[in-house]
Design a protein. Structure first.
Length: 206
C-alpha cells in the first residue's frame, strides 16, 4: 500500500485532496508562494483529522532542545493540532552535516533528506535519517527507484518516491512497494482520472 504526500503548501489544494493524502511536503519558497506561513499553519491547526498527518518541511537550521522540538514550529509559527506530525527535511549537503549530527542529541525529532544516488543514501543511513526522498525525474540513473528501495529495506530507512511526473511513474513506485510517494496536485489529479470507471458510472447514474 502506497500512501500519498501532496507537494504543496496551498490550503485549497490540501483541502481538495485531504481524503486521499496522508500529508504534505513543503519548503520556505513553496510556503511563500502559497501566501505565507500564517496561512498554512492556520489551516493545519483547524484541520479535522482522525489520523496522523505528516508535514515534511525543508530547513537549514534546527531548534536547540527537545522542548523546542516539541513545539512543532514552522519558522515562528506553532502547529497546535495534535494529529499533525512535523518532520524536518534537511538537504544532504556537507555544509549542513552538522544538523544531522545535532539531531542525534534529541529524542523527539525525526529527520528526512533528499537523495540522488546510493552514495548519498548510504550517508543518510550513517546519519540515522528516518525518511529519504528518492529523486526520480531529475536522476541520471533510470533504475535508481529500484536500487533505492532495496538498499532502504536493508538499512532501516523509509524511502519516499519523489519528483514523479506521470501516472506511469506513480504506477511504477506502487508496483515497487514504496510506502510513500510525494507528487504535485496536477499529477495526482491526472493519475486518479480513470476514463473506464467514469464511463461505467455514467451508464448507471446518468
Amino acid at each position: 500500500m502506497t500512501r500519498i504526500l501532496l507537494d504543496t503548501a496551498i490550503p485549497e489544494e490540501i483541502d481538495k485532496f485531504k481524503n486521499i493524502i496522508c500529508g504534505i511536503t513543503t519548503n520556505p519558497e513553496r510556503v511563500k508562494q502559497a501566501g505565507g506561513i500564517d496561512r498554512l499553519v492556520n489551516y493545519l491547526n483547524t484541520m479535522e483529522l482522525h489520523d496522523t498527518f505528516l508535514v515534511f518541511h525543508q530547513v537549514k537550521s534546527l531548534p536547540d532542545s527537545d522542548k523546542m522540538m516539541a513545539e512543532k514550529k514552522i519558522e515562528s509559527k506553532v502547529i497546535t493540532n495534535n494529529w499533525v506530525e512535523l518532520i524536518y527535511k534537511i538537504p544532504l549537503l556537507p555544509s549542513l552535516y552538522s544538523l544531522f549530527q545535532k539531531k542525534t542529541y534529541f529524542t523527539l525529532v525525526e529527520s528526512a533528506t533528499m537523495i540522488y544516488d546510493l552514495i548519498q543514501l548510504n550517508q543518510a543511513a550513517l546519519f540515522n535519517v528516518k525518511y529519504a526522498f528518492v529523486i526520480h525525474a531529475k536522476n541520471e540513473d533510470e533504475r535508481f527507484l529500484e536500487k533505492a528501495i532495496k538498499y532502504s529495506e536493508k538499512n532501516n530507512i523509509i524511502p519516499i518516491a519523489a519528483s514523479l511526473r506521470t501516472k506511469n511513474d506513480l504506477e511504477r513506485v506502487i508496483s515497487l512497494g514504496y510506502k510513500f510517494v510525494t507528487i504535485t496536485p496536477s499529477v495526482l489529479e491526472k493519475s486518479y482520472i480513470n476514463l473506464q470507471a467514469e464511463e461505467e458510472y455514467k451508464k448507471f447514474y446518468e
